[in-house]
Write a protein that binds this ligand. Structure first.
Ligand SMILES: [Zn+2]
Length: 271
């Protein structure tokens, strides 16, 4: 069974039993990873701990920004060049509907990357080192995919070309969403994860059906979020009103990402 199909089955089972009630910078990635870690099944937790122990790490948060960090590692430049385009997807339609040949040519986008690395992670025939690398990519890319501007449609490089003013300083909308917005609330990822976890389980949107397309659906949600009125700030200014209006969306995306990452890992590492 493919990871898609297993995810579909598990999500359906999960909903059937109990319908329960969100590239980030290091803060956002750590929050997502920590939220996921808290919702791992015993089997997945044991396997995650085993794989992380290869690098003397103990938590998913420890490795959640590795896929970005290799950019600055002289020994990992080939890997960085081959994977730098996997952190995002640029939708070419404002309808935000995922059409693989158009939006993800040659499988080179975040949607296909999650699928690819989740399959490797689930494959016990692969070496532990290969599966650990896949785990690190899955943790990072599911986080990235939930940052709305990693899956936008406008021709502004995911907000990187959209200049804004925040606290009297120049920035761009992508950077605001990666980090600055969350940092208005906290710079302590553990405390932030505590706080978001207390808000309870997230509801998986009922539109996610037939579930074997979840990774694409999550990107489509991000894309649609960037199209909401007000997402692009009036007058290019990030003020208190913008933070008040948009921080809840950012936090919802973190919660969704964390819960969904746990689901993917629970399925991939179920036996
Ligand atoms: Zn990234």
């Amino acid at each position: 069974m493919t990871i898609h199909r297993r995810l579909a089955v598990a999500v359906l089972a999960f909903l059937g039993v109990a319908p329960l009630a969100q590239a980030w910078g290091p803060l956002g990635h750590s929050v997502v990873a920590e939220l996921a870690q808290r919702h791992l099944s015993p089997a997945a937790k044991a396997e995650v701990e085993h794989l992380l122990s290869l690098e003397n790490k103990t938590s998913l948060a420890d490795v959640s920004s590795w896929a970005d960090e290799i950019r600055n590692d002289a020994n990992q430049q080939d890997l960085w060049k081959n994977t730098r385009g996997l952190h995002y997807i640029n939708f070419t339609s404002e309808k935000c509907n995922y059409v693989p040949p158009r939006d993800c040519p040659d499988g080179h986008c975040v949607v296909a990357a999650i699928d690819h690395y989740a399959e490797i992670l689930a494959d016990k025939k692969q070496s532990d080192a290969t599966r650990l690398e896949a785990l690190k990519f899955v943790v990072h890319f599911i986080g990235d995919e939930h940052q709305p501007l990693h899956a936008g449609y406008r021709d502004d490089k995911g907000g990187n070309d959209y200049q804004v003013q925040m606290n009297g300083k120049g920035s761009n909308l992508h950077r605001v969403w990666d980090s600055s917005l969350l940092l208005t609330h906290s710079n302590d990822w553990k405390a932030y994860a505590d706080e978001l976890d207390k808000r309870g389980m997230v509801t998986l949107p009922p539109t996610i059906a037939p579930f074997d397309n979840s990774f694409a659906q999550w990107a489509e949600e991000s894309c649609r979020a960037t199209a909401q009125p007000g997402f692009y700030p009036k007058g290019h200014k990030i003020d208190d009103a913008y933070v008040k209006a948009e921080l809840p969306l950012a936090e919802e995306r973190l919660r969704d990402a964390g819960r969904r990452l746990a689901e993917v890992l629970n399925i991939a590492l179920s036996n």
